[in-house]
Design a protein around this ligand. Structure first.
Ligand code: ZN
Length: 325
């Protein structure tokens, strides 16, 4: 092989450098390309992560919505079950036979106005008439106050006159119970209707008026009517009667009479209420209730209360249904 000239050697070295530079440039280009791709991958990964976080949030929201909807569905199913349990209609749509009993037992129409009041008190006397009724009527008249008497079945001449006196004085005469026998009247809707109708017709026979309002012995929900109160309330309401429980009690149905001052203090616990419906008793043993009455009337009067006899224009104070769970 011939010796290479100096010129040739120089040219050879130059070519090698060019080759090296080209190789280097190519390597750099490859590296740059790889880096760019890597950066793009990273960016895509970030975008995917953000998208995933978005999906996770949506999933969370959908889970919460599902829980809410499930609760609403459960409540609706519960309502349907209760309606089926409490419906007055037989499965074929016919009303129960007791709705046909006593076709005359419907409350007289009420065309009075809805009562408007800031502070009103309704004094109510259960379980009369009795010898105490005369004194109660005297006291009410002396103060110019109207009240309500939820009476029981008493047929003596004096008691008949008391019913007439109550009506003549402008008080409300309401139904309590003919027998006041809890076990008997709450045995069934039919038993309740029979007892109610007996007193309803009796009051009309004696006084010439038909009552519109009534009070359940023991209150609308008590230890004796657990299985039947919904149906009795529905039936009496369907017949147009309005019942009143109470939100203040004289606590005077005790074995031995309480001191009049204690009864008055309990009766005045309704001072401050917009509407106070005061339960007290007008049976023969309740002498201290009569003695307490002037202080009760003066207490409410001095607190600026209006005394109203109950009527269907007054929003009833009624016990709430017990929640089953
Ligand atoms: Zn009673």
């Amino acid at each position: 092989m011939a010796e290479r000239t100096g010129e040739e050697r120089k040219t050879g070295r130059g070519r090698r450098w060019v080759c090296r530079l080209l190789l280097l440039a190519a390597a750099v280009a490859v590296c740059l390309g790889a880096a760019a791709r890597f950066r793009a991958e990273l960016a895509r990964e970030d975008a995917l992560r953000a998208q995933l976080a978005g999906y996770e949030e949506q999933t969370q929201q959908l889970r919460q919505a599902l829980t809410r909807n499930q609760a609403a569905l459960d409540a609706a199913r519960d309502t349907i079950a209760r309606m089926e349990e409490y419906t007055l209609l037989a499965p074929d749509g016919t009303p129960p036979a007791y709705t046909q009993l006593y076709p005359e037992l419907y409350a007289p129409a009420w065309d009075g106005a809805q009562a408007e009041y800031e502070k009103a008190v309704c004094l109510t006397f259960d379980d009369g008439p009795s010898a105490n009724t005369d004194q109660i009527l005297d006291i009410l008249e002396r103060y110019g106050v109207k009240a309500t008497f939820f009476v029981v079945g008493r047929t003596g001449e004096a008691d008949q006159q008391r019913l007439r006196d109550i009506v003549a004085a402008g008080h409300t005469l309401g139904i309590h119970s003919w027998s006041h026998d809890y076990r008997k009247i709450y045995a069934s809707v039919e038993a309740y209707l029979e007892d109610f109708n007996q007193l309803y017709q009796w009051i009309h026979q004696v006084t010439g008026v038909y009552p519109r309002v009534f009070r359940f012995p023991g209150g609308s929900i008590n230890a004796y009517n657990a299985g039947v109160y919904q149906e009795i309330i529905a039936e009496m309401t369907r017949r147009g009667f309005v019942y009143f429980d109470w939100n203040v009690s004289a606590q005077d149905a005790t074995a031995t009479p309480r001191p009049a001052a204690d009864i008055a203090a309990d009766c005045l616990k309704g001072v401050g209420y917009n509407l106070a419906v005061v339960l007290s008793h007008d049976s023969a043993a309740r002498c201290t209730t009569v003695q307490a009455l002037p202080a009760v009337i003066e207490g409410y009067r001095d607190a600026g209360y209006t005394f109203l006899p109950l009527n269907p224009g007054i929003t009833p104070i009624i016990m709430g249904y017990r929640m089953s769970r």
